[in-house]
Design a binder for this molecule. Structure first.
Ligand SMILES: [Zn+2]
Length: 357
């Protein structure tokens, strides 16, 4: 395949977004896009470029006082009749337009066109963000080359519709298991129906009042939901087991232990197993580099509700935030799209931040 990321395309964040969208890269199938990105970066004289799996890292080494990370994931959720991209007026439609190839385009455009940024910059293009954490390019790099992630500040170019979203909520998955006793459905009184036991659990969840909390001026809104339910043996058997999977999104003033304690309180009396948890991240806006970034953007930050890799950097003590052109409400939707003006404005903002007046 000829590399579609030509110099003309790289010079224009809109054209670059479209070219990236048109390289299919559903999670675990990022080789083609990583090849294209790596080839481009290796040609840039002011960058040192490295690769681990399908994650590509390029960085300047200018001896600046501070180092910042600009990071974007190369993968998308599965296609949904939305590939390749299409244009409608000021909107570009297609899988990954919002989440997050428009953000990836920012980083790649700046990597290629900015030989002399005010901070040293590490550009990270990583694989498998949309699936389990063990496949995530940042998890893999964090194990194999932790020094690639070292920085004073990180910007993750996830969709935020052009505003700054800080911190992020934690996420916990848990399973409530209900037990019963099998019986023939014709003599159901001899058994105990585990599925019927779900009623009270679902009632507690549906009447649950989620907490709202303000941290450093940013509002966070929690959520507690059943996301899957399973049970049943056969059409004529009273089921002896029912499992309800629960997802709890918790504000970053709660750590995973506090979140679990709260969940156990809400579902007291039930067998509950936590299957997966990712801590949230506090806003972390005090670092001077973060302040300079906020000044360049010029609008007030907002609390991030979804879990993002911001938390991964926060866990390493690196303040991080989200800033990208896509609309987070459209991510993973069939009609996912991005506004071209958001791409142009956001690229200009990052350029302003990285080039001293
Ligand atoms: Zn994303």
């Amino acid at each position: 395949m000829e590399n579609p990321l030509t110099p003309e395309v790289l010079a224009d964040p809109v054209a670059l977004t479209r070219a990236l969208v048109d390289i299919e890269s559903v999670s675990l199938d990022e080789k083609a896009i990583a090849d294209c990105v790596e080839e481009v970066l290796r040609r840039v004289p002011h960058l040192s470029t490295f690769r681990h799996g399908n994650t590509v890292m390029a960085r300047t080494d200018l001896g600046r006082d501070s180092r910042v990370v600009l990071a974007g994931h190369l993968d998308t959720v599965p296609l949904n009749d939305n590939f390749p991209s299409t244009m409608r007026g000021d909107l570009m439609y297609g899988c990954g337009t919002s989440d997050m190839k428009s953000g990836v385009a920012f980083a790649l455009h700046l990597a290629v066109t900015l030989p002399d940024p005010r901070y040293d910059v590490t550009y990270l293009f990583y694989e498998a963000e949309e699936i389990e954490s063990r496949y995530n390019g940042l998890t893999l790099v964090g194990g194999a080359h932790p020094e690639w992630l070292q920085a004073d500040f990180a910007v993750l170019l996830e969709p935020t519709y052009g505003i700054v979203e800080v911190g992020c909520q934690g996420t916990m998955r848990a399973v409530v298991t209900l037990h019963g006793e099998r019986a023939h459905a014709a003599r159901s009184w001899r058994g105990v129906n585990a599925i019927h036991g779900a009623g009270e659990v679902l009632r507690r969840l549906s009447t649950y009042e989620a907490r709202r909390v303000t941290i450093d001026g940013c509002d966070f809104r929690e959520g507690l939901n059943a996301v899957r339910i399973g049970g049943g043996v056969a059409g004529n058997v009273v089921p002896d087991r029912c499992e309800i999977e629960i997802n709890y999104r918790f504000a970053p003033d709660r750590d995973p232990a506090a979140a679990e304690a709260h969940l156990r309180e809400v579902l007291a009396g039930y067998e509950l197993t936590v299957t997966d948890v990712a801590a949230g991240a506090l806003p972390g806006l005090k670092a001077p580099v973060a302040q300079e970034f906020l000044a360049a953007v010029g609008s007030a930050p907002r609390g991030k509700l979804g879990w993002t890799d911001v938390a991964r950097f926060a866990a390493m003590g690196i303040p991080a935030l989200n800033f990208g052109p896509g609309d987070p409400n459209l991510a993973h939707h069939k009609d996912e799209h991005v506004e071209l003006t958001k791409i142009r404005d956001g690229a200009a903002t990052l350029h302003r931040w990285l080039t001293p007046a």
